[in-house]
Design a protein around this ligand. Sequence first.
Ligand code: BDR
Ligand code: CA
Length: 316
Amino acid sequence: RRPIVLDTDPGIDDALAILYLAAAPEVEIVAVGAAPGNLPTAMAADNALRLLDLVGLTDVPVALGAHTPLSQPPAISRAHGEDGLGGAAGPPSARRPVAHSAAEQLVGLARRRPGELTVVALGPLTNLALALLLERDLPRLLRAVVWMGGAIHRAGNRTPHAEFNAWQDPEAAELVLAAGFDLTMVPLDVTETARADRAWVAAVAASADPRARFASRMLEHFVDFYATTLGIEGCLLHDPLAAAVAATPALATTCEEREVTVELTGTHTRGMLVTDLRPTIHPCGYARRPVRVVVEADVSRLLDRLRHALVGAALP
Ligand code: BDR
Ligand code: CA
């Protein structure tokens, strides 16, 4: 099983992604870092511990990440409820985060296992950027990075032009995109096609499995939030899709190789991705290593596999 280090800000869709990855036979979660995204970092770490407890991964370490993005105050998301898990959190884990930071944890693991690890980043890229500052060879020490973030052919969600994870820490995203990782980006273009409707949520809720009880509470909160706040039927599965692509790359049915940079100074466009869409490569070539951008995915397979993961069944 391919070893992954998860960097996450759970958050309901992050939580669903953790439950998915725990059930996916292709991968093994070896460590988790908490990112400053949907919630304050300490809450994100506590929620990650709760989820690992739920799936019995009680020996997987959770490290606290940065408490703020690199150059702006954190802004939390209102989508995930007071506890970040739609009211499902319950009592805290008996475990605590490890003593070192998420960036230190990642660098340590990458040095011990060169070329083996895939980072699955489901929030702002603050911790990965800090790890890069600690270890400039990180792009060579990691096997790959898969990131849920950005938007390339369409509008943002946090602002008219910026997706939440890119907008929350644009400097970190730019450092990571410039670093030369083998990077697969799973942007809004494709994650907004991954929608769970009420019938799918009801199928999860019909199961007595503890994962399904936990997940259905989160999902019911999430579909209500989408309906009342955004006027959208069902909820979007941004992070589960990125996690599923990391575990099973064949779920990404169409990808584009693109050179991507991040707008850092625009008055209205800070955090927007600037994607080179020119049909031919400039004669001087790329200024940086292009990233693999997923633009279409097998959503019905994702929904099928995620439902199996949540009800405790083997993934088809
Ligand atoms: C991303 O923003 C967060 O709120 C979600 O968890 C997801 O990672 C989608 O834009
Ligand atoms: Ca997230």
